[in-house]
Design a binder for this molecule. Structure first.
Ligand code: 0CG
Ligand code: SF4
Length: 451
């Protein structure tokens, strides 16, 4: 669950006596019972505002501990010491900021964790979570992998939906999207908020509707179904996926057996498989090669999903060729440039990183591969939707964090993560560029002509 933010200012009071600002769980804190608020901004009585960039992470951990939590601004009403205030939680060395001093390594600055919990019973539990964040405050370095985040296929697919919303939403025509346009929760939420209607299958859509096919592609069976239902289709399939579909058709027409290396159940694999279901077998890895029983071992073609691990796929192809020496590939790699580049970039930072964080959703194949790659290299790694998924124990003894984002994860998530990590102490960000990308895919004609 994403952490929601309230714009309603919550008033509270703090005692002056402490070197730290304590969030007061005073009666002045206007929160519903059981609700915890993590300040993302503290408004001081003199008008100054202290940003609390770690708020999403702190809130995420409190939410994960089972407490309803929001982030939002806190206004401090008074600085008068008041023994009546029950310091809820907060180890908050914002005093340096409050007094205008620059933070230094000894007193990690930029940290402002202010948590308001109105219920006495809540405070020990919430306090324990905040303490665990306090323990991982320190200066850090982030190694930023580049390239990262959106690829050309994802940019194009999102552009398609946005353009259709612009064209049709004002007139009240709904824009349906079959499956997730790309595998990212933030992207889907943003487009849904703007009016896109996501469905799993075409039978959920009224006949004659406008529907977008996702970047991962669809099988010919789905296209036929769309035609039967008289749907107006705009196809956002990535051109690099379309290329693999064409290969599947071409080799199947030649009478070849197709070994499709990929993850069974993934939309892209379902789509490619559907091009020649009678001639195709899906293979997950080298362990599946022994079970193959092609009608003619001299006529085998292998194709791959575009978002696989480069090294693992190489091993699968080697196992296939070992058993069927005449097996042939498509000539050029099916694993796309974006997947390959992001893997090289993560590979270049894992050795120096104590921890690798990858922004992406759990169903995003290319993002998950980046996490696996770092782990295989021996570096602890986690997939995170956004900074609220970071846990304090991951950061214990971590001086250098490697950061990347899958091809479907928006750039903004990287910025949010950098900002949140900066809330735990001074942050040095170093970008490691392994290559630059300039691939661009023009939008489909249906969208182009209307723009
Ligand atoms: O990596 P997969 O194929 O799961 O897709 P995602 O939407 O995450 O990113 C690239 C595309 C399309
Ligand atoms: Fe296309 Fe590769 Fe991006 Fe998938 S990850 S949309 S195949 S460029």
């Amino acid at each position: 669950m994403p952490i929601s933010r309230t714009d309603n200012e919550v008033n509270t009071r703090v005692p002056r006596s402490s070197p730290y600002w304590y969030a007061a769980a005073a009666p002045a804190v206007e929160l519903p019972a059981g609700q915890v608020l993590v300040a993302d901004e503290v408004r001081l009585p003199d008008g100054r505002v202290i940003a609390c960039p770690a708020a999403p992470m702190v809130a995420g951990a409190i939410g994960a501990a089972g407490h309803p939590v929001v982030t939002g601004p806190v206004r401090l009403l008074t600085e008068a010491a008041d023994s009546g205030f029950d310091a809820a939680v907060a180890r908050t060395p914002v005093s340096a900021y409050a007094s205008g001093e620059a933070p230094d390594a000894q007193s990690p600055g930029g940290v402002a964790v202010m948590v308001a919990a109105p219920d006495t019973w809540l405070r020990p539990a919430v306090g324990a979570v905040v303490d665990s964040w306090a323990r991982v405050m320190r200066p850090r370095t982030v190694l930023l992998a580049s390239p990262r985040s959106f690829c050309a296929g994802v940019e194009r697919a999102i552009d398609v939906v946005e353009a259709l919303l612009e064209q049709h939403a004002p007139g009240g025509r709904r824009v349906f999207v079959r499956k997730q346009i790309v595998h990212n929760t933030r992207v889907i939420a943003g487009l849904a908020e703007r009016g896109a209607v996501f469905v799993e299958e075409l039978d959920e859509i009224p006949a004659g509707s406008l529907v977008v096919f996702s970047a991962h592609g669809v099988s010919p069976q789905v296209r036929a179904e769309a035609e039967r239902r008289n749907l107006q289709v705009v196809d956002a399939t990535c051109p690099l996926v379309t290329k693999v579909h064409a290969e599947a058709r071409r080799f199947a027409e030649r009478g070849n057996s197709i070994v499709l290396i990929g993850h069974a159940g993934h939309e892209e694999v379902e789509g490619t498989y559907g091009e020649a279901p009678d001639a195709t077998v899906v293979v997950g890895g080298p362990q599946d090669i022994d079970g193959l029983d092609p009608p003619d071992p001299s006529k085998i073609t292998y194709l791959t999903q575009t978002t696989l691990a480069v090294d693992e796929t190489r091993a699968t192809i080697a196992a296939l060729k070992k058993r069927f020496p005449e097996a042939r590939g498509p000539g050029s790699e099916d694993i796309c440039y974006a997947t390959t580049n992001r893997q090289h970039a993560v590979g270049a930072i894992t050795e120096q990183a104590d921890l690798v964080l990858v922004l992406g959703s759990a169903n995003s194949s290319n993002s998950v591969r980046l996490v696996e790659l770092a782990r295989t290299a021996g570096t602890p790694a986690h997939l995170i939707e956004d900074p609220s998924h970071i846990r304090p124990d991951w950061l214990r003894d971590v001086a250098t964090v490697g950061l990347s984002a899958g091809a479907s994860a928006p750039h903004a998530l990287v910025q949010e993560t950098l900002s949140a990590l900066g809330g735990l102490g001074p942050l040095t960000v170093r970008e490691r560029v392994t290559t630059t990308e300039d691939t661009y895919f023009a939008p489909p004609a249906a969208v182009r002509k209307n723009r």
